[in-house]
Design a binder for this molecule. Structure first.
Ligand SMILES: Cc1cc2nc3c(=O)[nH]c(=O)nc-3n(C[C@H](O)[C@H](O)[C@H](O)COP(=O)(O)OP(=O)(O)OC[C@H]3O[C@@H](n4cnc5c(N)ncnc54)[C@H](O)[C@@H]3O)c2cc1C
Length: 382
């Protein structure tokens, strides 16, 4: 058995196999086309749900497939074998949009928003970041003011995955007067078609190209109080709890991306000859491959350990931040080395490592930057 697989049981391996099968059949053959179009078809959500790979990690009581963090990591590993982080990020936007509703929402909200999304019938996005603030979450300016039985929402959101195609968006807004205060933050579900809610523009990116990323605008959007999730002013704790899942999943993007880049570099080094011998026979290349493999193993081992610890009921705040940083750094550096081993071909759009190297660059930024993760690690006293 693979060394890394010792942390897994049959249920983890079975889920990863399902995700792999789905990725090979339904993603890989179309990746070039979707990356070029900077979009994948919406039908893929339902196909992913039918294959049992969309709802993993959500409780069965709300229509989910059950399982924990390590099962969710297996989904990411399997789906990334389709060759596009953008597709996996787009399919996965429900993974950041729904948890607030699952944890703090009422039965009606779960029936209206969570269940159909887990079936692939609706598309969900999470809108926290704004053009003026990302890392400093409490500094958001989008505001929700009470108006009778409704709220009026005004503001803008930036970099929202699945933002242009979402049927609804879980929006973080300020509900108190004081700016920069954690207890003034609330979540609302804003639905497509609500007057005043619009997509300002679709954003073009370095990587994750097949995913839809959008800037959103809210101008006096009237949202019924029934669309507020949980208590007014109670969003911050939910948000922080869910950041852990998002960050650990991005860590999984990191180790899985690096693992694929390593495999491609290794195959290339076996095939390619220079100065009368295989690249894989040259000490410099061999040592580079050994170092890449070591980094991949270290990042994956930490990710599995942290996921297992959370599944056992621990919060692991500091370790999640460490896992995200190590995996992001591993993905960027291993992809860099993979491009170097492929030489000129590594810089061509027709090779997978070219795309992986662009996709990897998002990982030290998205879901909380490396610098913010380091602040968490230090603050937690580790
Ligand atoms: C492709 C993509 C998809 C995304 N999807 C979503 C989504 O679906 N929903 C959503 O809400 N957001 C999304 N984001 C936003 C993402 O989470 C933010 O970009 C990220 O949190 C960083 O925020 P920022 O871009 O505003 O950078 P800033 O917060 O402006 O940071 C800029 C730089 O300053 C540094 N910095 C900031 N504060 C400190 C500090 N205290 N100490 C040291 N350094 C600091 C940062 O580390 C960074 O290097 C997405 C972003 C991208 C690029």
């Amino acid at each position: 058995m693979d060394f890394l697989d010792h942390s897994l049981d049959d249920s983890h391996r079975a889920i990863r196999d399902s995700a792999r099968r789905f990725a090979r059949q339904s993603i890989a053959p179309h990746v070039e086309e979707w990356e070029e179009a900077e979009l994948f078809p919406c039908e893929l959500y339902q196909a992913a749900a039918a294959a049992g790979v969309l709802a993993v990690g959500f409780p069965e009581e709300v229509g989910g497939g059950g399982g924990g963090m390590l099962h969710m990591m297996m989904i990411i590993e399997g789906l990334l074998e389709g060759g596009s982080s953008g597709v996996v990020a787009g399919l996965g936007s429900l993974g950041i949009a729904l948890p607030a509703i699952v944890q703090a929402g009422d039965r009606a909200q779960i029936d209206q928003f969570v269940r159909p999304t887990l079936l692939g019938e609706r598309i969900a996005a999470l809108a926290v970041t704004e053009a003026g603030t990302g890392s400093d979450v409490a500094g958001i300016r989008t505001r929700a003011r009470r108006d009778g039985g409704d709220y009026l929402i005004d503001g803008d959101k930036m970099f929202i995955t699945s933002g242009a195609r979402a049927d609804f968006v879980t929006v973080l807004a300020r509900t108190g007067e004081e700016h920069g205060k954690h207890h003034n933050l609330s979540f609302f579900v804003v639905e497509r078609g609500m007057p005043g809610f619009s997509v300002s523009r679709s954003l073009r990116k370095t990587g994750w190209r097949a995913s839809d990323t959008a800037a959103l605008s809210f101008e006096g959007v009237r949202v019924p109080a029934a669309n507020r999730i949980g208590e007014e002013g109670g969003a911050f704790l939910t948000l922080m709890r869910n950041f852990a899942t998002e960050r650990l999943m991005l860590a999984a993007f990191g180790h899985a991306t690096a693992r694929i880049a390593l495999a491609d570099a290794r195959s290339w080094a076996e095939e390619r000859h220079a100065f009368g011998k295989k690249l894989s026979a040259m000490p410099v290349i061999r040592h580079k491959l050994a170092s890449m493999a070591t980094r991949v193993t270290a990042a994956t081992t930490l990710n599995y350990a942290v996921a297992g610890c959370i599944d056992a009921g621990e919060s692991c705040v500091s370790e999640v931040a460490m896992a995200k940083n190590l995996s992001a750094e591993t993905a960027v550096s291993v992809c860099y080395d993979a491009v170097q081993i492929l030489g000129g071909m590594g810089y061509m759009r027709e090779t997978r490592v070219e795309r992986l190297s662009r996709d990897a660059r998002l990982l030290p930024i998205g879901g909380g930057t490396t610098e913010i993760m380091n602040e968490i690690i230090i603050k937690m006293g580790t």
